[in-house]
Design a protein around this ligand. Structure first.
Ligand code: NAD
Ligand code: LMR
Length: 328
């Protein structure tokens, strides 16, 4: 029996993500938590004739605890999105506290859950989550994932456009680093099956993957950021994880993880010099079973991107760690 929770379930991401989870044969119970409208969203979804039993919870009557209790997987898209002109880091002041509070509840009532953090700035909210779980004595790095799948989804789409491929999903495009601007590092030299990006298109393509989020923020013109593509990406990661937990082999997807706590991650941590970093992760019954070192074969241009990413990540990570450990 799999119990899935969406925290932030009434939002732009939360609603379509909850719909996808409700449709999944991998989910038996779906608990929706939000500060508004979650009983309404749950009532609506509950009329769909799929397997998952669906319920909605608000903060009153310890609703977060009731929703999270004994969850197997908790997906967190709670928090405010960007408006034009904002960076993801501008969301820190509000979203850091929201994520901290939700992880505290998870630590208490679902300490073994797989936790998928979508709320921005992911580069900082994942370190915050790790610190909270550590303080509560229940941290297991193999179970905490920063969801960077949207960067991979965008890279597949944009590369396929440039390369004239009709099915983007046949491409595997590793994207590593973090989830904001130049902390996002696409490795076009490692696309499989191999694709050659023309030199005159390389820079624009890198930029489009790094700043794809801004394209959507601009187009929505003050009404939020990516929601539908993110719901797809979040579901894609959750589905792969649930399949792997149930025994499917060979499932790999990049995710922003605490490297020292993942098999294979320590060697990568020594190379990049930061604890939190996204690399392709092999998924299995314990969650993150192995971090794949893709740094060995990178090109000179990719090394430059990587250096810029690491510089940015250092500040984002220490900001999160400091926040999580500050006295209340
Ligand atoms: P939204 O405003 O539409 O929805 C957020 C929801 O969170 C709202 O329903 C709100 O009521 C709820 N919420 C606020 N505080 C809460 C709390 N304490 N507990 C539970 N729920 C709470 O925003 P959105 O467009 O769905 O985006 C949500 C977050 O996801 C943003 O931070 C955004 O930047 C981020 N995001 C991340 C990625 C990624 O790739 N990781 C992609 C897109 C968006
Ligand atoms: C994205 O990449 O679309 C998200 O991180 C949302 C944003 O703020 O751009």
């Amino acid at each position: 029996m799999v119990k899935a929770v969406v925290a932030g379930a009434s939002g732009g991401i939360g609603q379509p993500l909850s719909l996808l989870l409700k449709l999944s044969p991998l989910v038996d119970e779906l608990a929706l938590y939000d500060v508004v409208n979650s009983p309404g969203v749950a009532a609506d979804l509950s009329h769909i004739s799929s397997n998952a039993k669906t319920s909605g919870y608000l903060p009153k009557d310890d609703g977060a605890k009731a929703a999270f209790k004994d969850a197997d997987i908790i997906v967190i898209p709670a928090g405010i999105p960007r408006k034009p002109g904002m960076t993801r880091d501008d969301l820190f002041n509000i979203n850091a506290g929201i994520v901290k509070g939700l992880i505290e509840v998870a630590a208490e009532v679902a300490p073994k859950a797989f936790i998928l953090v979508i709320s921005n700035p992911v580069n900082s909210t994942v370190p915050i989550s790790a610190e909270v779980l550590k303080a509560k004595g229940v941290f297991n790095a193999q179970r905490l994932f920063g969801v960077t799948t949207l960067d991979i989804v965008r890279a597949e789409t944009f590369v396929a456009e440039v390369a004239g491929k009709s099915n983007p999903q046949e491409l595997t495009v590793p994207v590593i680093g973090g989830h904001s601007g130049d902390t996002i590092v696409p490795l076009f030299s490692q696309i499989s099956p191999s694709v050659t990006i023309p030199d005159d298109k390389y820079e624009a393509l890198v930029n489009r993957v790094q700043y794809g989020g801004d394209e959507v923020v601009k187009a929505k013109d003050g009404l939020g950021s990516a929601t539908l593509s993110m719901a797809y990406a979040g579901y894609r990661f959750a589905e792969k994880l649930l399949k792997a937990v149930k025994g499917a082999k060979g499932l790999v997807e990049p995710s922003y993880v605490y490297l020292p706590g993942i098999p294979g991650g320590e060697e990568i941590q020594k190379k990049v010099g930061v604890d939190f970093f996204s690399v392709p992760i092999e998924l299995g019954p314990n969650g993150a079973e192995k971090a794949h070192d893709v740094l060995g074969n990178i090109t000179e241009r990719e090394q430059k991107l990587l250096d810029a990413a690491i510089a940015g990540l250092k500040g984002n990570i220490s900001k999160g760690v400091t926040f999580a450990n500050a006295p209340p």
